[in-house]
Design a protein around this ligand. Sequence first.
Ligand code: WTA
Length: 690
Amino acid sequence: HFLRHVESMKLLPSGAGHISHLNAVILGESLATEENDFVLPSNDFADQANVKSPQQYMEMYKRSIEDPAGFWSDIASEFYWKQKWGDKVCDENFDVRKGKIKIEWFKGGITNIAYNCLDRNIEAGLGDKIAIYWEGNEPGLDGSLTYTQLHDRVCQVANYLKDIGVKKGDAVIIYLPMLMELPITMLACARIGAVHSVVFAGFSSESLSQRIIDCKPKVVITCNAVKRGSKIIYLKDIVDAAINDSAQSGVSIDVSLVYENPVALKRVDTKWKEGRDIWWQDVIPQYPTTCPVEWVDAEDPLFLLYTSGSTGKPKGVLHTTGGYMVYTATTFKYAFDYKPSDVYWCTADCGWITGHSYVTYGPMLNGATVLVYEGAPNYPDAGRCWDIVDKYKVSIFYTAPTLVRSLMRDGDEYVTRYSRKSLRVLGSVGEPINPSAWRWFYNIVGDSRCPISDTWWQTETGGFMITPLPGAWPQKPGSATFPFFGVQPVIVDEKGVEIEGECSGYLCVKSSWPGAFRTLYGDHERYETTYFKPFAGYYFSGDGCSRDKDGYHWLTGRVDDVINVSGHRIGTAEVESALVSHPKCAEAAVVGVEHEVKGQGIYAFITLVDGVPYSEELRKELVLTVRKQIGAFAAPDKIHWAPGLPKTRSGKIMRRILRKIASRQLDELGDISTLADPSVVNQLIELADA
Ligand code: WTA
């Protein structure tokens, strides 16, 4: 089958950049020698795929680059627009040297994304189709909503929000676990043009309050508590503390809407502030199940999502409506080879971008059936995911390498005792997937039958950027393969010069795509400085990447001071500032270190204020400080105490050396003679396992 396409590809002219590399693969130039590197889709799969061949991809890709306006407006026309966009499909300045960075898609087009997720699908006859299957943390606790029921619930919340004075453009903070109410609330905001800012319910009260202070929401929406695995997390207490903190910075919250989750905590046991706190169940059901749509411009903001950067404060990534809508829908459809009969499960939480684009918007814009799982993936045991897959006949399963590695460690038995016959496509996101985890996922979970879409993208990109299209071409375990339609990835050297062919360097993107973020909330200058100034003329991703001789892309991880722990982005500076906030900690330097399950672990070097002895108790306090200030997921795996840190004569901490010490690559320390005091290095090594 594949070779048949190889034959047909010979007729295609080779294009620029990666196209010529792909041609080489398709032409079979390297296939003969490297056969074992490739995992080919079965004929059956390729025959039914949305994109069936490399040739079809190439034709679509070429058009998306040569005629982006035509390509994307054809797709956009499948959605409902109250009014069509103006003359320009895309208006951009991507080059800081030419002025302010600006990205606009479908400007002047009037639409509503929630309308396109719900009303449009219902009108097309999907009203009785299941929109959400919900599976609770406790086996046996579940629920579901059809598209019509989801529409009705969304309208009730939308009406309530309007009633308490939330208007178009106002921010709403959502701090909810994976209940159906989370996507319901997101869609309710979108329906009335309010800007949602979902905060992952694993963030601490301090992180939450930082976000409240930054975007000043009209209301905070939460639930009293949630059970995750066997642990109860008292979310409302966290929200209460965050609201108190925010008030001290002059940002007051008048309404806190609280969903009652009786499985975790009874109403009578919930701490309450009359006048501010309102039970969801007391108000929402009283509202009408229809709500007029607030029509918005394609460039009106849809949501804010805070993410970590290499400097201290989290950044509010701002996405707008029209381009994001078109992009998430299209990437979902092609990267997962979506068919209307699919049951789709993404294990990500809506508190991260993956849950925005690929739990809520992308799938629902396609009228898909989405499974939302409240609990921990290994509760009550490591077989839970496959139990759920069998129960709902999940056909597309999208998760993170960290979960794959952890389940792999628990043994095949937990997987093979379930049928998993319904699965047809697997997906991976959040960090590079190492080839051995890839093969386990492919062979054991997918019974060597299901292609894996290893999707590279970011909070900033809104949707997939480099991803396999299952069925279209052979895969290589561990490679995200080729760019999505309309995306032009380039690899540059440290001077910002584009490198061709087999190479490695910094991953950038040339010109915009519809799902790109438009700014950092309230800080356009930081937007330009972080993403567009490092390599003028390009968007800089912060990731390293190499391209092999066949043109396949291999992501190699962050090249900035961001670490990726279990697929969660954490700025080293954030952890450092949490550590030094402890009165006994004088200085902290945090680096990432390889971790078997988490991908990267957090390794913190610290020095203490004069005269304070280091102890186990203090170690625990320091870890707790980070948990409290950021969240449990940011807790350091290792605290390495030392009397001094390696610094240059100008006082800069040499992280390069710390990284080597952290990973115990002691013979690769390099030149340490430029240090102000080279003897600290030996001291550090001696204390490494103290
Ligand atoms: C990393 C998550 C390799 C990368 C969608 C990126 C990946 C950061 C992959 C963004 C992948 C995400 N292969 N690395 N398939 N997917 N990353 O903003 O370092 O939470 O810059 O978005 O995760 O993380 P974010």
